[in-house]
Structures are given as structure tokens and as C-alpha cells.
Design a protein around this ligand. Sequence first.
Ligand code: HMG
Ligand code: MG
Length: 297
Amino acid sequence: MERIHITDVAPRDGLQNQRVPVSTDAKLALVRLLAEAGVQSVEATSFVSPKAVPQMADAAELVPRLTAALPDLRCSVLVPNLKGLERAHAAGAQEIAVVLSATETMNLKNINMGLAQATEVSEQTLAAAHRLGLRTRAYVAVAFDCPFEGTTPLAEVVRLAARMHQAGADEIVIADTIGSASPAQVKARFAALREAVPLAKLAVHLHDTRGMAVANAWAALEAGVRRFDASVGGIGGCPFAPGAAGNVATEDLVLMAAQSGFETGISTDRLIDAVDFAESQLQRPLGGRAIPWLRRQ
Ligand code: HMG
Ligand code: MG
């Protein structure tokens, strides 16, 4: 069976915008359940301004505890700038992700920099991370539509993905920030992207606002993408992108992959424990489209 790689971003994308405070102990417990389900990579947290994203204020406490508790788990952390990298490195992070949006306004809203500055800061942060021996991911956000500027020109997405590749990003993560893409668009965008960036370095990060995230994941699979972000229980959304709903649910993606002959190493049965736990913490029903069926026994 061909393998696909899934990074569960629930601890970061899933929790960053929750109204209910989630303790560091609970975050650790959630990641432990993910690891027990067979998840090999998570995006654990972000080193951003605690004023901008209060839920991620405990990043410097969480990372050393996670690394000690789960040494075999690949743990990435989101950093928006050099200060974030410095804090992540001091906490012992081994992998970082920079976040570059493909439009001027989205960068301003998200990280208070315009596109040109955000590109340069992302390049500098990637270079500094490599000097420290860290693995790197680079998001290209609003790679389909921007909530402020409408459809993002494909040429701009390709240009920025290529810049992040040239800057040495080990993985370039193409993100449908507001979950507005269709399978046909995913197919067309990845056909262009793979001309500029080696396919093995491309990943896709899908939100499920319009219920098309699994179909979009399938389109990405058919386009040759083998690296996916997903979030257990389908939680997620950028607080600075109006209209963003949760990410594609890990349990839906794993089920689709398994039924289509792809190996993920992840057990849907065990993922249910993580969904149950997240529900207990966030005090509301969670789960992707498949969760009632997965829970049927
Ligand atoms: P700013 O106000 O422009 O920053 O914010 P500044 O450089 O002027 O500094 C202001 C204060 O923030 C200073 O502290 C800095 O030290 C501090 P003060 O002197 O006032 O006490 N500061 C920091 N503190 C902690 N960590 C840092 C850091 N940098 C500066 N790294 C900044 C700029 C980027 C910090 C801010 O806008 C921010 O934190 N934004 C958060 C962005 C964010 O987390 N967005 C959500 C994640 S992205 C996403 O969800 C999309 C994604 O999922 C993909 C997709 O779906 O598309 C990845
Ligand atoms: Mg996201």
C-alpha cells in the first residue's frame, strides 16, 4: 500500500481559536492520544504574540513537556517571525513552520506585515532555523481565496511557493484558509505548483467550510500530493480570516485514505478517543462527517 503522511494540526490550528481555555495538561493529553492512535506528526502550538492568540500563550511550557513525554513524535510549531523562532528554539522545538499569506491584506491582518515584508521575514526565519539545524515547513495561506481580496491569482501562489522552496523550506504547505476551494481548483493549482516545487515537498492544508475538504483531499491525492494536514475532530480556523471553519477531520481523511488503498499508520478506532477527549475539553460535539459511523459500535 502506498503511504501518505498526515500532520495533525489540532493542537495548534484546532485550539488557537477556542473560547474555552484549554490547559497545558489537556493539550499534552490530547497529543498523547493522537500519538497512541498512530499519528506521527503534530503541529503542537505556535510561538506568536499571546495578545493576538491567548490560547497559545503556554507554548514555552508545552514544548519541553511534549518532547520529554513523546520523544518519537515529530512536533512542529508555528512561528511568525525571528522572535517566535528564538522562543521555539529555546523551548527545544525541532521543527518550525512559517506562515506567509499570498495577499497583502491577509498578511497585514494575520501578522501585521505586508506581503513583501512577510516574504522576507519568512525567508530570514527559514534561514535562521536551518542554521540551528531545525526542520522547516512554510505555509502559503489563502492559496485559493482570500477573505479580503477574493480569488488569489494562481501565479502569485506559485511564485511564493517557489520562493519558500528556494529559501530552503523542507515542506511547502498550500493552505485553503477559508475552505472555499473545489476539487477542480485543487487539481489545477497543484498541476501548476508541481512545475515549480518538487511534488514530494508539497503538502496541502484544507479547511472544511463548504463540506468539500475530503473531496479536495482526494483531488490533491490524485494530483500526486502525499502530505496532508488534518485536525482531529475537525476543529480549527484562523482567528484573523473571517469565515474560516475547521480543518478537514483527521478521522475522515484517514478513513478515506484507508478505503482508497493508502496507508497512514493511524487507527480510526483510536482517533475516536482523541475526539471524545477534545469534546470533553471544548464542551461541544465534535467530529468530521464520518464520526457517527465510526462510533457505531
Ligand atoms: P506586532 O504587534 O506587529 O509585533 O505583531 P511587534 O514586532 O510590533 O511586537 C509587538 C509585541 O509583540 C512586542 O511585545 C513583541 O516582543 C511581541 P511588547 O514589547 O509589546 O511586550 N512579539 C512576540 N511575542 C511572542 N511571540 C512572538 C512575537 N513577536 C513579537 N513571535 C505578530 C506581530 C506576528 C507577533 C502578531 O501579529 C501575531 O502574533 N500574530 C498571530 C498570528 C497567528 O497566530 N495567526 C494564526 C495562525 S496562522 C493560521 O491559522 C493559518 C494556517 O492554519 C494556514 C491556513 O489555514 O491558511 C497556518
Ligand atoms: Mg489553518
